[in-house]
Design a protein around this ligand. Sequence first.
Ligand SMILES: Nc1ncnc2c1ncn2[C@@H]1O[C@H](COP(=O)(O)OP(=O)(O)OP(=O)(O)O)[C@@H](O)[C@H]1O
Ligand SMILES: [Mg+2]
Length: 249
Amino acid sequence: MLQVKELSKNFGGVQAVKNVTLEVNKGEIVGLIGPNGAGKTTLFNMISLFLPSNSGEINFLDEKIDTSTPEAVVGKGLLRTFQTPVGFPKLSLLENLMVVPPNDSEGLFSIFYKKKKIIREEQEHYDQVCGLLRQFNLYEKRNELAENLSAAELKLLELCRQLMANPKIMLLDEPASGVNPIMLDKMVQHILRLRSEGMTFLVIDHNLGFIYRICDRIYCLANGELIASGTPQEISNNDKVKSVYLGAS
Ligand SMILES: Nc1ncnc2c1ncn2[C@@H]1O[C@H](COP(=O)(O)OP(=O)(O)OP(=O)(O)O)[C@@H](O)[C@H]1O
Ligand SMILES: [Mg+2]
């Protein structure tokens, strides 16, 4: 589904990502781990086209996307979350999701001619938002301001926001950070449920227990380079991973 071939990125003198090649197949949950500054977020930024790469190639759904735009790849179904949740702290949860336009939003012209259709679509949009909030146990808090949510609830709201855009693959940047153990169990369940419904994931996190629980395969980056890949069991026994990652933390 997603193939990254020999992707590189320089920031001035710093080579943040060096010739990284990886792939994610449909229905997989793939992990991306590595110490602070390894280049994980930079890789996400390039895959989601927030940052241009210096060299290499990105293919999504059998199409080369490196010269595309962030909006176009979202339209194709590639969605990413941010390490620091975005959104609108002063808006309610309902409002935070209602502002995400439905995929087939109508132009001004049609408002005059298709009033009934627009009203029906508004209702469907509202029902979709409420359905998502229920799925993620956030419905009771629908009228609370997003700024009053816990770190874990904000991460779940972020997942809901991405799901509004009908993703085919979700790139999650540290979904477990700041999340307490009970909520972490819930996060695991939500991700596994979404996968059982057909979703594909590429997930960055420093919480290796979390990564080992959800991932089929894992890639490990250090100093911008891929140093290992394999199953959770292979990665947890890999000496290079132990020395650069576990040794560094
Ligand atoms: N916009 C930027 N300008 C200059 N240097 C940058 C920029 N973004 C990242 N870097 C550098 O690139 C390297 C990789 O950073 P990146 O944020 O991708 O790491 P990371 O693996 O996501 O780390 P963390 O686990 O701390 O989130 C670091 O040395 C960082 O300082
Ligand atoms: Mg990062």
